[in-house]
Design a protein around this ligand. Sequence first.
Ligand code: SF4
Ligand code: SF4
Length: 81
Amino acid sequence: MIFQNHTIEFDPTNCVGCKMCYQACFIDVIQWDAENKRPVFKYMNECEHCNYCEVSCKKGCIKVIVNWESQRFIQSFDMYK
Ligand code: SF4
Ligand code: SF4
């Protein structure tokens, strides 16, 4: 696995439990807390920083913070030699 170390800020203040962020994540980074009707960002090491969750939240609760130092961004063609 390529280490990425991205983070997501989640502010539940305006969250209405619409589940759009959960449905937007095409992998299983976001799990759903049915009892509290809130997303749970559980598997952050799998996050692909696609920002779908952030843009799908019309309440502005989510901010994806990309780690530009992660190995995904600093790999070069040298690794294919
Ligand atoms: S940025 Fe993309 S991969 Fe990461 S939690 Fe959001 S929707 Fe899922
Ligand atoms: S999309 Fe936004 S408002 Fe809807 S459940 Fe997710 S965080 Fe809450």
